[in-house]
Design a protein around this ligand. Structure first.
Ligand SMILES: C[S@@+](CC[C@H](N)C(=O)[O-])C[C@H]1O[C@@H](n2cnc3c(N)ncnc32)[C@H](O)[C@@H]1O
Length: 178
């Protein structure tokens, strides 16, 4: 979306229990400026929902699945930021994170994250050192990374568009939106 490619990896997925969270990780990645989300192969329900939202509300955004997320982490050519409550405060590393334009992989967990990921990550980043949610952590992280510019992004290939209103809801086909 912006000058560097940003991929979000949802590491781990417990079918049933994690369906909504995994879907919301993908929707948050899309809405807040990432280019791509990679989910576990068994998160097909989340993949389908995120793809459907992208088809209706626009992109560019890609949803992929993998049966080997560890390989994606170990072979990734670029910078890796792993979101964890045990990391360094986002406000202390955001300038360093923005210092290069190489591809960025943002890793968020579901259950316990293997220590290899902490080791491989170039940045272990905390959005406060308090336990909360991967969705909240990802949202604040992306907003800091893009410094708010993601709020102004343009969407392509949407078949509908929301017209902002003070009250009520207005959604129009994109051909009528301009
Ligand atoms: C709900 S937590 C569960 C973590 C798991 N219990 C563990 O021990 O690793 C799931 C994910 O949310 C994210 N997360 C939770 N709190 C965070 C924080 N304060 N800062 C950054 N990310 C956070 C992390 O990516 C974490 O892997």
């Amino acid at each position: 979306m912006f000058e560097r490619e940003v991929t979000v990896l949802r590491l781990g997925h417990r079918p049933g229990r994690d369906d909504r969270m995994t879907t919301h990780v993908g929707l948050t990645a899309r809405a807040l400026g990432a280019d791509r989300v990679v989910l576990s192969t068994d998160a097909s329900h989340s993949r389908d929902t995120i793809t459907d939202i992208t088809d209706r509300f626009g992109g560019p955004f890609t949803v992929e699945t993998t049966d080997n997320p560890k390989r994606l982490v170990s072979s990734f050519e670029g910078t890796i930021a792993h979101l964890t409550m045990y990391g360094l405060p986002v406000q202390s590393v955001e300038d360093d994170l923005r210092a290069t334009t190489d591809p960025l992989l943002v890793v968020v967990g579901a259950e316990k994250v293997p220590f290899d990921v902490y080791d491989r990550a170039d940045f272990n980043v905390a959005v406060t050192n308090q336990p909360h949610s991967e969705v909240a952590g990802l949202a604040v992280f992306l907003d800091r990374l893009f410094d708010g510019r993601e709020l102004e992004q343009e969407w392509t290939d949407a078949d509908r568009r929301v017209i902002p209103k003070e009250t009520g809801k207005k959604v129009v086909p994109t051909s009528d939106a301009e």
